[in-house]
Write a protein of this length. Structure first.
Length: 71
């Protein structure tokens, strides 16, 4: 459910993640796991992502980068 991805282009760029048609759902699963939201609950995930980015964007980007490169 990648409904919020259009807002995260800068985040993905900083994390070194190239979003493609083939990997966007896997990236979405990683993000849901990072923010502890059940997969496919897009509104709750986006709310949690926005909160994390407001709180400490660099920490979120680092965590995303590490989690993505483990997959």
């Amino acid at each position: 459910m990648t409904c919020y991805f259009r807002h995260l282009n800068n985040v993905f760029e900083k994390a070194g993640i190239n979003v493609t048609k083939d990997n966007k759902h896997e990236i979405d699963k990683v993000i849901h796991k990072i923010v502890s939201v059940e997969y496919k609950n897009c509104p709750a995930a986006w709310k949690a992502v926005k909160a994390r980015l407001t709180e400490n964007p660099d920490a979120f980007i680092t965590e995303l980068k590490k989690a993505w490169h483990k997959t």
